[in-house]
Design a protein around this ligand. Structure first.
Ligand code: SF4
Length: 357
C-alpha cells in the first residue's frame, strides 16, 4: 500500500510523521506548481472550485510516482466538498487500480481511526490513538508558530528574519517523534520569534484574513498572502488554522464540548443567521470580530465560484458599511496572475497604512 493525499499548507508535516510512525508507506505529493494546477484543471469539470482542481492535480502527480491508495476528505456540509471524492474517483479510476479512503470531516476522529486500524491491523489501538493525538498536537504547535510570525513579523524593518525562523521551525517539526519534541520545538521557535519581534516598538496596522479554508491554508494558491502583508508592514490575524480545527473536531466535538456551527452562528449574528455551507458563516463571524476589535481592514480570500463565500460576501458588504471598515475581496482561480493579486494586496496595504498614519 503506497498512500498519498493532497497538499494543504503544512498539513503534510504531522500527517507524514503519523504515517511513518505507524509504518505506512507514503508517496509524498510533489509541491504544488503551475503544472499541478494545469494538470488538475485539464481533468476537472470547468466550473468546479479551485481546491478540487488542485487536489486532482496532486493525485495525478502522486499516481505518476507510484501511489496506489489515495486519501481525501469529504463532508456532508452544504458545499461541493461533499462530492469531491465521488467525482475524483470516477476520473482517477480510469488510470489504474486504486484504493480510495475518505476522511469524513463530520466524524474526523472516527473516520481517521478506522482508516488507520484497517491499514495497520497489527498496531495497537493505543498506539494509533497516540499517533493521531501527536498529529493534532503538531498541527496546533505549527499554528502557534505561524501566529507568532504573523503577529511579530510586521514590526521589524527586516521581516525576513522572523520568516526564516518560521521556515526553519517547519523543518524541525518533521523530526519530532514525541510529545516532548513537539512542545520543545514549538517553545523554542515561538520564544525566538517573540525575542526578535519585541525588539521593535512599532505598532503596525492590523488586518483580519478571512475566507475559504483551503485557499487560506495553502500559500502557493493564496500567492503567499501572509508573507506579502508582513513584508508590507501589516500584522495579520488569520481565522482558519488546521490545528484548531482538528482539535475542536476530534477531541472536543467527540466529548460534546464543541459545535462549530453554533459557535460561528452566535458570532455572525445579525449579519448572517444561517449556515450557508463551507466557511461562509465563519468568514462573517470573524469579520465581525475584527470590526468590533478595531482592526484596520479585512481581506476576504476565496476560490472563484465558491458558493458559501459568495453568499458571505453580501453579509460582509453590509458589515463593512456599518463599521466603516476597508475590505478587499480576492477571488482566486487557476487564471489568477501573481502580478494582479500582488498589485491589489500592495495597493490595499498602502491605503490601510496611510489611513492609519
Ligand atoms: S468551501 Fe467553496 S471552494 Fe471550498 S469546497 Fe466548498 S464550494 Fe469548494
Amino acid at each position: 500500500m503506497k498512500v498519498s493525499y493532497p497538499h494543504m499548507g503544512y498539513l503534510n508535516i504531522p500527517v507524514n510523521n503519523m504515517f511513518n510512525n505507524l509504518g505506512i508507506e507514503v508517496i509524498e505529493t510533489p509541491p504544488i506548481t503551475k503544472k499541478t494546477i494545469e494538470l488538475g484543471s485539464f481533468y476537472s469539470p470547468e466550473g468546479v472550485c479551485l481546491p478540487y482542481k488542485i487536489n486532482i492535480g496532486n493525485f495525478l502527480e502522486s499516481i505518476e510516482r507510484g501511489a496506489d491508495t489515495l486519501i481525501n476528505v469529504c463532508g456532508a456540509g452544504k458545499c461541493r466538498l461533499g462530492f469531491y471524492n465521488a467525482v475524483q474517483k470516477i476520473e482517477l479510476e480510469k488510470r489504474k487500480n486504486l484504493t480510495f479512503y475518505n476522511i469524513d470531516t463530520n466524524n474526523l476522529f472516527r473516520s481517521l481511526y478506522s482508516f488507520l486500524r484497517e491499514s495497520v491491523p497489527h498496531v495497537s489501538r493505543l498506539e494509533i490513538v497516540k499517533s493521531i493525538a501527536m498529529a493534532v498536537q503538531t498541527l496546533k504547535a505549527l499554528d502557534a508558530v505561524s501566529s507568532a510570525k504573523n503577529l511579530y513579523g510586521a514590526r521589524l524593518d527586516n521581516p525576513e528574519e522572523i520568516i526564516k525562523i518560521y521556515s526553519s521551525a517547519l523543518k524541525d517539526f518533521t523530526e519530532c517523534r514525541s510529545f516532548n519534541d513537539i512542545n520543545k520545538t514549538k517553545k523554542e521557535a515561538v520564544e525566538l520569534i517573540e525575542k526578535v519581534g519585541k525588539q521593535s516598538k512599532r505598532k503596525p496596522a492590523r488586518i483580519g484574513l478571512i475566507g475559504e479554508f483551503y485557499i487560506l491554508l495553502e500559500p502557493y494558491v493564496n500567492h503567499m498572502i501572509e508573507e506579502v502583508l508582513i513584508k508590507q508592514g501589516i500584522e495579520v490575524k488569520k481565522f482558519v488554522y488546521t490545528g484548531d480545527w482538528a482539535y475542536s473536531n476530534t477531541l472536543l466535538s467527540s466529548l460534546g464540548l464543541y459545535n462549530e456551527e453554533k459557535e460561528y452562528l452566535d458570532q455572525a449574528k445579525p449579519y448572517m443567521n444561517y449556515h450557508v455551507g463551507g466557511d461562509g458563516l465563519k468568514s462573517v463571524g470573524s469579520a465581525l470580530w475584527c470590526a468590533r476589535n478595531n482592526f484596520d481592514g479585512i481581506i476576504h480570500v476565496y476560490p472563484f465560484g465558491c458558493m458559501p463565500e459568495v453568499v458571505a460576501q453580501y453579509a460582509l458588504k453590509n458589515l463593512v458599511n456599518d463599521y466603516n471598515m476597508p475590505l478587499l475581496s480576492l477571488s482566486i482561480d487557476e487564471h489568477s496572475s501573481d502580478v494582479g493579486i500582488m498589485t491589489r494586496i500592495e495597493a490595499f496595504a498602502d491605503c490601510i497604512k496611510r489611513k492609519n498614519s
